[in-house]
Design a protein around this ligand. Sequence first.
Ligand SMILES: *Cc1c(COP(=O)(O)O)cnc(C)c1O
Length: 384
Amino acid sequence: MKKFKKETIAAKAGIGSDTQHGSIVPPLYLSSNFKYEELGKEQEYEYTRETNPSRDHLINALTQLENGLGGEILSSGMAAITLVANILNINSKVILPHDCYGGTHRLFSSLAEKGIIDAYFVNQGEESFCKKTIGEIDPDLIWIETPSNPLLQAVDVKKISKKAKACDALVAVDNTFLSPFLQNPLKLGADIVMHSTTKYINGHSDVIGGALITNNQKILSKLKFWANALGITGSPFDSYLTLRGLRTLGIRMEKHEKNAAAIVELLSTHPKINKIYYPGLPSHPSHTIAKKQQNGFGGMLSFEVLGDLAGVKNFIEGMNTLPLAASLGGFESLVSHPYTMTHGNLTPDQKKEVGISESLIRISAGLENTEDLLKLVNRGLNKI
Ligand SMILES: *Cc1c(COP(=O)(O)O)cnc(C)c1O
């Protein structure tokens, strides 16, 4: 059977699967357990911690969208990352980006402090990373997050995966920032793709959830075993809502990107703006690689305003109808200040190393009318 395009996969997921009443939308199975048809015979659904039909509709759709074999839906993005950590053996060596998501950094550095694994936080964008560092460390897992938050630096997943294969390391990619519509890491050679479905996939800022998808049967069995053993699978209701969000992901990503690009255009000629980080700009250091491995530049952008912290405060005050909040990927545009919010736990030196200054602002472009959104951003700019 020829595969459908992504929008079709999302629109058709689970449709027509109800054999009892023919409901168009698949019913929500909240039931914690299922009746055994026959003594001693294994069946698809027994107990919801392990398997559940509502969760399966979501994982089947995400598996198709990411070109995988299967996967698991977890109770949060962090639960998904925890699951990957749990399929590793004791004393495994894990390489992570030095500017990875704060929760990822906290989890792996704490596991390393307890002596369970070795964690190496490095700049994966450096020339020497593939040439030297991977070979020297000889890792068991390379964790990638591309593009990075908040500077949107991309790394070459294909190139890193090739190196990883040569030393038998697994490659897992956090694909939260782009969603399966704009990037498919398994196609680039990764073994596992991870999503915080809290962000673009659900897209309505009302569910915390996570997902892992793999194209390797052995890894899939381990993920399923540990998801059940740890008890971190996602709830049926959250899965139902997330699938509801997923149905419109394609068209939402188009608008997120359109709005982000419009804001970038407005900022790029503005005298109060110092630097803009958006991979769609040819001047962004990751423009070429983003163009090669992504299907779009996404809905996130960052920029530095003149006037340091006072400039930031004035900008945020000026556009006070957009909430100041740390999340992203929802229908609503959000403004954040990485220095004090998402990256507030880093030391000033660490912030400097990854390039996060006090004057940096991040915007998650939502689905508002483009002209209205530009008007709001302009209000902020006028206040600086
Ligand atoms: C939010 C986020 C996570 C963590 O996901 P939760 O759903 O909040 O647990 C991981 N990685 C990235 C890139 C994120 O943005």
